[in-house]
Write a protein of this length. Structure first.
Length: 186
């Protein structure tokens, strides 16, 4: 219908808030000494469920060599964390257990840098596949992993949950998960 106002007339577009650039940062393996500071930061970064902040001392004490921490160069403030490991039972596979980035800096490539830093030495050591899991209703995580080349597994036992191939009760009753995979070399 000519000259009829469109939806933008009634609901004008809201410009996104300007983003600050990410501060210069460095990536290193976390240690047990980082645990206290990360616990509070991770609790602040969680958007989905309240609860425990950090992953626990075991990750830093026994798996710190495969975990990666991004921190601001100037003030050593944590900006992102990746927890992952090479599978003991399936040595050609590695698992990204957790990727968390400060919400203020999520679109600046810190998460991508953490995943690639995790994958590179494992690929050189013979790992062929990276795996991750997330909830089927976590659109942010699904988009993040898709941007890094991960694809949902749709095999025996999977069904479409929230429109995504997923496995019902994967991590316990009511804990559905999408299993995402990609080649370790990218």
């Amino acid at each position: 219908m000519p000259d009829f106002p469109d939806l933008d007339h009634w609901l004008p577009q809201v410009a996104p808030a300007p983003r600050r650039p990410a501060p210069p940062y460095e990536i290193r393996h976390p240690t047990e000494a980082d645990m206290a500071g990360l616990d509070a930061r991770l609790r602040d970064w969680r958007e989905d469920r309240p609860g425990r902040g950090g992953p626990g001392r075991t990750w830093f004490r026994h798996l710190g060599g495969t975990a990666w921490l991004a921190e601001a160069s100037r003030d050593r403030r944590p900006l992102g964390l990746l927890l992952g490991l090479r599978s003991a039972d399936r040595p050609a596979e590695a698992v990204v257990h957790l990727v968390a980035v400060d919400p203020e800096f999520r679109r600046w490539g810190i998460g991508r840098d953490l995943v690639e830093r995790f994958a590179a030495p494992l690929a050189a050591a013979g790992v062929t596949t990276l795996e991750a899991a997330c909830r089927p209703d976590d659109r942010i995580a699904l988009a993040f992993f898709a941007a890094l080349g991960f694809a949902p597994q749709a095999g025996p036992g999977s069904s479409r949950i929230y429109g995504v191939p997923a496995f019902a009760d994967w991590d316990g009753a009511g804990e559905d998960r999408v299993l995402l995979v990609r080649a370790a070399g990218g």
